[in-house]
Design a protein around this ligand. Structure first.
Ligand code: AMP
Length: 172
């Protein structure tokens, strides 16, 4: 199954110059969605994973499906102010300015071995901050899994200390 051909490139969204990789065209195909989720955890199937962490918003879709499939707990990593209980936060630098992501302080314990999931790896700032959040609570990162990687942005360099897997690559 050619998953790549099910991803829609939308030029100049949300701002001029960005080639937005739209996964809704893959998600609406049931076989493709299931196949993508299976292939996203396949390299980690022999690892002892205890929880799947998903990054808001499109990461939730793949991470939650994976957690259900593997009968594991799901951890939401969210934009600031969305999680209701006590949180830990991590900042990361964007081209212009900064972003913050949060996770509940009781989401992870030192016994957890976590697979981090998002739809797309660009510069790697978001996923690296997600990994730092989990490590702040003494969890172990088993790996980081993406549907798509924009290879020319070299996001892997930010995640050099973790096993990183992507299913579909574009230069940018
Ligand atoms: P980064 O922190 O630069 O690796 O950005 C990754 C996050 O931004 C992911 O959660 C993606 O959903 C989103 N993102 C960045 N670039 C794109 C793109 N070209 N198309 C779709 N989503 C993107």
């Amino acid at each position: 199954m050619d998953l790549k051909q099910l991803i829609r490139n939308v030029p100049d969204f949300p701002v001029e110059g960005i080639q937005f990789k739209d996964v809704t065209t893959l998600l609406k195909d049931g076989d493709a969605f299931a196949h993508a989720v299976d292939l996203m955890y396949d390299p980690f199937r022999d690892e002892e994973i205890t929880k799947i962490a998903g990054i808001e918003a499109r990461g939730f879709i793949f991470a939650a499906a994976m957690a259900y499939k593997l009968n594991l707990g799901f951890i939401p990593i969210r934009k600031p102010g969305k999680l209701p209980a006590e949180t830990v936060a991590e900042e990361y630098v964007l081209e212009y300015g900064k972003n913050v992501i949060e996770m509940h302080v009781d989401a992870v314990t030192e016994d957890d071995r976590v697979l981090v999931v998002d739809d797309l790896l660009a510069t790697g700032g978001t996923a690296a901050a997600a990994c730092r959040l989990i490590e702040k609570l003494n969890g172990t990162i088993v790996g980081v899994s993406f549907l798509i990687e924009l290879t020319e942005l070299k996001g892997r360099e930010q995640l050099a200390q973790y096993p990183v897997h992507s299913l579909i690559q574009y230069p940018i």
